[in-house]
Design a protein around this ligand. Sequence first.
Ligand SMILES: Cc1cc2nc3c(=O)[nH]c(=O)nc-3n(C[C@H](O)[C@H](O)[C@H](O)COP(=O)(O)O)c2cc1C
Length: 363
Amino acid sequence: MTIAPRGYDAVPAGASLVAVALGDADAPAVLMLHGEGQSRAMWAEAVTALAEAGRYVIALDLRGHGESRAASEGAADLDAHVADVRGVLETLGSRPVVVGSGLGAQVALATLGEGGEHLATGLVLLDEDEGDAPMRTRLDAAATRIKVPTLVIDGPCHDIAGARKAAISEGGPLVAADRADAFNALLLEFLEQAAPRAVPEYRAGSDPRTLRDALGCFGTGVTVVTTIDVEGKPVGLTANSFTAVSLDPPLLLVCLANTVQSLPAFAAAKGFAVNVLHTGQQTVSGRFASRHEDRFAATPWETWDTGAPIIEHSLASFDCTKFAWHEAGDHVILVGHVQRVRFEPRRDPLLYFRGRYRRLHFS
Ligand SMILES: Cc1cc2nc3c(=O)[nH]c(=O)nc-3n(C[C@H](O)[C@H](O)[C@H](O)COP(=O)(O)O)c2cc1C
């Protein structure tokens, strides 16, 4: 493994943040947050040890410390640090174990306990200062929401369920050079439990199961595709095979299985609609993928230009005339010429990945 220092810049919340990353970027990540009046330099030994042990280590200078500038407006208080660290966690490609010392421990606890619990896989609090009464109340509340494996070293242990405690500070600050070995050993042992270094496990084959599983690696949104049948009844089904095709002319496609009951209706219709679902519409997705429900009875809809059902409150809807119909194996590729669109810019999409509904991790 090549270990090469790299500059790492992120600029969330109006502050300029500087961090150094060491190690293989594909390895499990660790984010290090230093204490008050310190900088990322305090982690020098730990960063090297962790990178050599196969971790991707990011050591951040908190705003107003080291090379990170405080934002011109706004002080470098806990809220500002929490916003910064949250921004950094959201830009990372994977969820790290967050290690914080002193002020950094307070920031880590508040960040993960105040709505960021999904942004990390583990938490290490070191030399955490209790702070004044309001701070204690705040961090106590944050601590009750920590669900990731946690190690508390030489600090007040808030009521964090299942947290492991260790005390090895006798004789001086833990990360001082002569204490570094004990600290690094403790940290590495915890990391192996909280975020084991997984060896990539590739599966290959040409059988249908492997093909489906490989295709399931492509995360998608979820749509309901609708049209009106020859008797004037609305029909539709859940489909994640939606793809944008062309901007000029505006074209999109969905792939419909030859077994879909409403296929003759789509074949005969001049238009159809694609409705992109938001996270609150998972029941709609289930309804339009199940054979036993009256799909439109419980689904408010309207029509626009083509007469195809537009499902109300969808994240986005595309009203299309039929542009092309291509038979392709056991599916049909239905290409639509978009006539009108509508979307809601603030809601989150319902996602589908590896056979399960998902949500965005990051807001
Ligand atoms: C998330 C999800 C995505 C789906 N994507 C498609 C698709 O792209 N094309 C398709 O033909 N069926 C897809 N299906 C399956 C159909 O929705 C399901 O078979 C439906 O019952 C077919 O309609 P029918 O009952 O009227 O035949 C999907 C189902 C789910 C749950």
